[in-house]
Design a protein around this ligand. Sequence first.
Ligand code: ADP
Ligand code: MG
Length: 266
Amino acid sequence: MPDQTRPRILAVTNQKGGVGKTTTAINLGAALAELGERVLIIDLDPQGNASTGLGISARDRDNTTYELLLEDAPLASVIRQTGVERLDIAPATTDLSSTDVELGNAENRVFLLKDALSSEVLLTYDQVLIDCPPSLSLLTVNALVACDAVLVPLQAEFFALEGLSQLMLTVRDVRETANPGLRIEGVVLTMYDQRNNLSQQVEADARATLGELVLQTRIPRNVRLSEAPSYALPVLAYDPASKGSQAYMELAEELLARHAKRKEPA
Ligand code: ADP
Ligand code: MG
């Protein structure tokens, strides 16, 4: 009998582009799958990088997250298997870029993803990761409304913390209106370079400002992570011994441990 409890839903969000959201969605997803979790990635970025990076060809994207949100396509009809065991994806195409305009002021417009996920097929997963677009658009708000918690990749670079306050305000808004249980699961430092003073400075600032929210695991800058998508593979399949693979396994373990700890009775 498969476990029929609701999966944990994490939105991978930061309105800055190029900070490692998609890399984290793909590789954290693969690492969780490696640890035995059944994982669904939901590609909510019109660029569809997570879909391409996991080998879903454009031809195999008849039903996508666009149809899921705007045309009531059932979740089961959107899901594709990837080459990785226990890792599935709901792919995206550029169609999704018109969502903000198409939805206009529709009353339920922030609940579209949440509604679409109230599907039996969701219960066959343990973990859902939503790869968000680089903006605080309606798509991102849909992710914040539908998820349990937010995982924020933070690139160890100048101005890294600047955009964060806007994201935190949006999270608070959504918590006060549409999703009272919404939490920040954690902030994960990405493209970290141990030998670089700037990386260390960003880490120190982040830990001083955000405290416990900053996860212990740091994702190093690792060329294997940037190469893997062109082979349509997560880094764990492309180069399991790489620093990138090790870091995402560590991140998966840290998140599972945090989750288990939270579930312990007080
Ligand atoms: P986002 O989804 O936030 O826009 P991506 O995950 O697409 O960011 O990452 C942006 C670019 O940086 C991509 O080319 C990706 O391959 C590369 N990249 C991401 N994380 C790392 C890393 N830890 N080491 C090296 N390259 C990385
Ligand atoms: Mg991306």
